[in-house]
Design a protein around this ligand. Structure first.
Ligand code: SF4
Length: 75
């Protein structure tokens, strides 16, 4: 779950409070509600949270998470 930081200005309908923090909401499968389930693209890319901006796709942590929980359906 992506916790929002001060200054993040994402659409309000995507935000929930979790353990006292403002966060991006998740679908039942754990995916971010802003993730397009077909294209796997961020639907709010230009407004995405700072945490998402700081995350480097393909870095070590990214590969570890994908190995545990691939975001695509099992074949
Ligand atoms: S980049 Fe977009 S889809 Fe991915 S976690 Fe951030 S807000 Fe959600």
């Amino acid at each position: 779950m992506v916790e929002l930081r001060p200054g993040d200005a994402v659409p309000g309908e995507f935000v929930v409070e979790h353990a006292g923090a403002r966060c991006m909401d998740q679908r039942s499968d754990g995916a971010c509600v802003a993730l397009d389930p077909v294209t796997f693209l961020c639907t709010i890319y230009d407004e995405r949270p700072q945490t998402c901006r700081d995350f480097t796709r393909g870095e070590s942590l990214c590969r570890q998470i994908l190995a545990r929980q691939p975001p695509w359906p099992a074949s």
